[in-house]
Design a protein around this ligand. Structure first.
Ligand SMILES: [Zn+2]
Length: 258
């Protein structure tokens, strides 16, 4: 299995997963043209589209794409009904010949029906788990998102995380602000800047590295927890600490000159 990143729109990734015999599937479709071009250039045959959630920057290329490749669209049973031809519930498995088996995990928080897709050594986490961050809580609660990230964190260390956006450099700025003593974050900032200078994506990234650098996977570490509670001016349980961390980052992003 070979996985290609196709950058679309401002900072989205469509993931093009190539299996044997030039078969492929795509994960999310914020824009059709760059993906159609990549498929033509690689000489691939498309089997299916996997959709993580209903937002336009993940779905608005579907109609144009399917005018050329009329393939099934697997996606959440509870959202994006306009596009999904094969609805999936939590735990469903999609078997794609020559490519592999993909388990759908319901990972709500960013949206209520958000799915992540797991396959051999890889997780496609859409806008749930980003590198060094997580999606904003547009529909779900902090407790939901925390449960979703806790579940993804049960995957093995070597799992490669493929997320929906190139937000890593921005996310790391907040990660370092929230945890200034964390040297793994400082090292990752340098690595991500080097990749960017070469025009390379910062993802995929190993889950082991996320455990060291992603504040949203680290709310139970004492120093970060102390920082969150200082921000919130009170002692907090896990879900409340997660919610406060999310608000802290939202404030930080609003204040930073991006
Ligand atoms: Zn989204």
């Amino acid at each position: 299995m070979q996985i290609h990143a196709v950058p679309v729109l401002n900072d989205n990734y469509v993931w093009l997963i190539e299996g044997g015999q030039r078969q492929c599937i795509v994960v999310d479709l914020g824009d059709a043209q760059p993906v159609l071009a990549a498929i033509d250039a690689l000489g691939l045959t498309v089997q299916a589209i996997l959709l993580t959630h209903h937002h336009a920057d993940h779905t608005q290329g579907i109609a144009k794409f399917r005018a050329r490749h009329s393939v099934p669209v697997y996606g959440p049973a509870t959202e994006a009904q306009r596009w999904v031809t094969h609805p999936l519930a939590d735990g469903d498995i999609v078997n794609l010949p020559q490519i592999g088996a993909f388990s759908a995990w319901l990972t709500p928080g960013h949206t209520l029906g958000h799915l992540s897709y797991l396959t051999y050594g890889a997780a496609f986490t859409g806008d749930t788990l980003f590198s060094a961050g997580c999606g904003r809580l547009f529909e779900g609660t902090a407790a939901m998102m925390l449960a979703s990230l806790d579940r993804l964190a049960t995957l093995p260390d070597a799992t490669q995380i493929y997320c929906g956006h190139e937000y890593t450099a921005d996310n790391l700025r907040f990660a370092q602000f929230a945890e200034p003593e964390n040297t793994a974050i400082a090292e990752r900032i340098i690595a991500v800047a080097k990749a960017a200078a070469l025009g390379q994506p910062s993802v995929p990234v190993r889950l082991a590295e996320e455990r060291q650098t992603n504040p949203f996977l680290r709310i139970r570490t004492p120093l970060l927890r102390q920082g969150i509670e200082t921000f919130a001016h009170q002692k907090l349980n896990d879900a409340a600490a997660f919610g406060a961390l999310r608000r802290w980052k939202d404030e930080f992003d609003g204040l930073s000159p991006l």
